[in-house]
Ligand binder design. Structure first.
Ligand code: AMP
Ligand code: ZN
Length: 106
């Protein structure tokens, strides 16, 4: 999607480093971290939010991606957050899963 910042990141437009990636998703550091480690798991397909995702298998694989990215980052204890909709604090309307660990401020 043209005006989506996360689609641009996935496309490599900003040279963002991916700490983990697979066929389904890329994982990169949040630009405004709310914990010592704050990663975002972002599906490669543009889906606005959890409300628009109908693919159960993809959702399962995204959660496995959370686990693998956390393992790769050396995290054994972490919080996952999905903000769905403006009133819940969603700011970027491309589905993403936050991974937070250490001194969590969210
Ligand atoms: P949410 O409020 O759940 O939509 O979360 C959006 C997150 O994306 C926020 O924590 C932002 O700090 C983060 N963010 C926004 N733009 C970027 C970017 N260019 N690179 C990395 N993280 C970003
Ligand atoms: Zn997008």
């Amino acid at each position: 999607m043209q005006d989506c910042i996360f689609c641009k990141i996935i496309n490599g437009d900003f040279g963002t480093e991916f700490v983990y990636e697979n066929e389904d998703a890329v994982v990169f550091k949040d630009i405004n971290p709310k914990a010592n480690t704050h990663l975002l798991v972002v599906p490669r397909i543009h889906v606005e939010s959890l409300n628009e995702l109908d693919d159960e298998a993809l959702l399962g694989r995204l959660m496995m991606t959370v686990k693998k990215a956390a393992q790769k980052a050396g995290l054994s204890s972490y919080r996952t957050v999905i903000n769905t909709g403006k009133d819940a604090g969603q700011e970027v309307f491309h589905l993403h899963i936050h991974i937070l660990s250490g001194d969590i401020r969210l």
